[in-house]
Ligand binder design. Structure first.
Ligand SMILES: Nc1ncnc2c1ncn2[C@@H]1O[C@H](COP(=O)(O)OP(=O)(O)O)[C@@H](O)[C@H]1O
Ligand SMILES: [Mg+2]
Length: 518
């Protein structure tokens, strides 16, 4: 398998004729001020004297070669390619190390991290702008614009694209510098987010949503938590519907899920696992040698997941009928082994695994989920039966099953002051940290759920806010992204803004949440 990255690509680049260029002047020399000083002063932007430094991240080396040749042969275009990157994992660091002004990114590049677009844009020394190279008529164009790409170009990249990109790069960089120098630039919010991301102030993990009572909101919380992490927070997230009393997570997404997908559910996958464990996982590997193939290879797991739109969220749909929970593949040791293998496989590629399980902890798969979870978010409602049932069930889990108390967290759902039981009383009775209290949203919530589109995506009320509180305990930037997302302010003058005006208005909307989405 080829795992070329930027460092190794230096070798391949040796074959590409490049002319030596003087090291680029530091940002300060562009206009005599450090970028971080600029935010307070509204200065005229001075056209940079040197060529723009451009990093190219595509799957196809040939695309890089075409661009590199043209920009090398025509220095008057003012663009210098600084390298090729075929693995998104390296993109951010390569852009920083190479002092890039622009990255041209094919979002289908392996391991491309969506948040890199914003991280580069808010890089403290100078903005590094992203231009997305997307296949024609692809939904990716919109996604990339939303992520903050300043412009788009259509793949495959040809000589024509090389010329088209010249203006896009120069305009993109000029606008970004002008924006950073303007009073409207507010770096605090974004740099805080960036810090968290940079310091990895979060951990990958398995989050199980559970509660020993039915109808308390486990499914609502699990589905929307997964949306908060995977769609709003843009982290690779899988929602696993492991409720053995019948799966219903897909109802929260049914507007988008084709009927044909429903057959690729957790039961189909558990059957595969049972088959592999029975008839041996040993298969010849690609090299012709006998290699150990896991009971649940990642490609097989991935083939059973449904990707939600263009987002980072995927779903493993639950069992469509209750009796399927009694299948052999879920029973006793089989159920436990399946869950263990499933998690091991998902952990390789996903940041967060959110698992919705049914109320009954005696079901082998549910118990396995509680056991393999990094965190269990226990959902209770403010009524005696829910609280007492939860306390009893937890006692058993701590005493007899020996689950670690420290991984349990409390979510109070459908809370209202008139219930006669206060939050403090609930926390005291259950003796675990409370991470969120979600108010009772009344029948409107069921109405939204019935619409078949997750609540988080269209609603900004207090129920959604409570979900964000939960998500930000797992992935802290979610809160900032949420607060600044799609804020409606005064509508910018739409008329005759021109291309630059459009870009500017778009950026204001993206970064500040000011104005309307252009
Ligand atoms: N905070 C809330 N406000 C209003 N209705 C809610 C709230 N949380 C859950 N519900 C509703 O309660 C019902 C049961 O929720 P669900 O998530 O299916 O519970 P569980 O998975 O625990 O059985 C659903 O109709 C859901 O829309
Ligand atoms: Mg449920």
């Amino acid at each position: 398998m080829s795992h070329r990255n930027v460092a190794m690509d230096e070798q391949s680049r040796a074959a590409v004729p490049t002319r030596p260029a003087p090291p680029p002047p530091p940002v300060a020399s562009r206009n005599g001020k450090r970028a971080d000083e600029l935010q307070n002063i509204s200065t005229e932007f001075v056209v940079p004297q040197h060529s723009l430094r451009v990093l190219i991240a595509t799957q196809e080396f040939n695309e890089f070669r075409i661009l590199d040749r043209i920009y090398t042969e025509h220095p008057e275009l003012g663009i210098k390619t600084i390298g090729w990157c075929d693995n998104g994992i390296n993109l951010y660091q390569a852009a920083i190390d190479g002092d890039a002004d622009v990255v041209i990114v094919d979002p289908e590049t392996r391991s491309f991290q969506h948040e890199d677009v914003q991280r580069l844009w808010i890089y403290p020394n100078k903005p590094i702008v992203t231009i997305a190279a997307v296949p024609p008529q692809s939904g990716l164009a919109n996604t990339l614009k939303q992520l903050g790409a300043v412009d788009l170009v259509t793949r495959p990249l040809t000589e024509r694209s090389a010329h088209e990109l010249v203006a896009k790069c120069h305009v993109g960089v000029q606008e970004a510098l002008r924006y950073r120098a303007s009073v409207g630039y507010i770096p605090q919010m974004d740099s805080k987010t960036a810090q968290v991301i940079a310091s990895r102030g979060w951990q990958q993990g398995v989050i199980v949503v559970w509660g020993p009572k039915g109808g308390v909101g486990k499914t609502l919380v699990a589905c929307n938590l997964a949306v908060a992490l995977g769609v709003i927070g843009n982290r690779r997230t899988v929602l696993v519907d492991a409720n053995m009393a019948g799966g219903n997570d897909h109802h929260h997404f049914y507007q988008s899920i084709p009927q044909t997908q429903l057959g690729k559910n957790i039961s189909a996958l558990a059957d595969r696992a049972l088959l592999h464990s029975r008839y041996g996982p040993i298969q010849p590997s690609a090299t012709g040698m006998l290699g150990q193939r896991p009971i649940l290879p990642s490609d097989e797991v991935d083939a059973h997941l449904f990707r939600y739109g263009e987002s980072q969220l995927k779903l493993l749909i639950g069992i469509p009928r209750q009796h399927m929970g009694g299948y052999e593949c879920f029973s006793d040791e089989n159920g436990r082994a399946f869950f263990r293998e499933l998690v091991a496989s998902l952990r390789q590629f996903e940041d967060f695994i959110v698992v919705d399980i049914g109320q009954d902890a005696n079901v082998p798969l549910h118990l396995a989920a509680l056991e393999f979870a990094d965190y269990v978010y226990v959902v209770v409602t403010p009524d005696r039966s829910s609280i007492l049932a939860t306390r009893e069930a937890l006692d058993t889990l701590f005493k007899h099953v020996k689950l670690a108390r420290s991984k349990f967290r409390l979510v109070i759902n459908r809370y209202h002051d008139s219930s006669g039981i206060s939050r403090a009383e609930i926390v005291k009775a259950l003796d675990m940290p409370e991470i969120a209290t979600i108010p009772d949203g009344g029948p409107a919530v069921s109405n939204i759920v019935n619409s078949g589109k997750p609540l988080m995506l269209d609603h900004r009320g207090q129920v959604a806010d409570g979900i964000i509180s939960i998500a930000s305990t797992i992935y802290p930037p979610t809160r900032d992204i949420w607060t600044n997302r799609g804020k409606l302010g005064k509508k910018p003058q739409a008329k005759n803004r021109g291309a630059l005006g459009n870009i500017k208005a778009g950026l204001r909307w993206l970064v500040l949440g000011e104005g309307n989405k252009p």
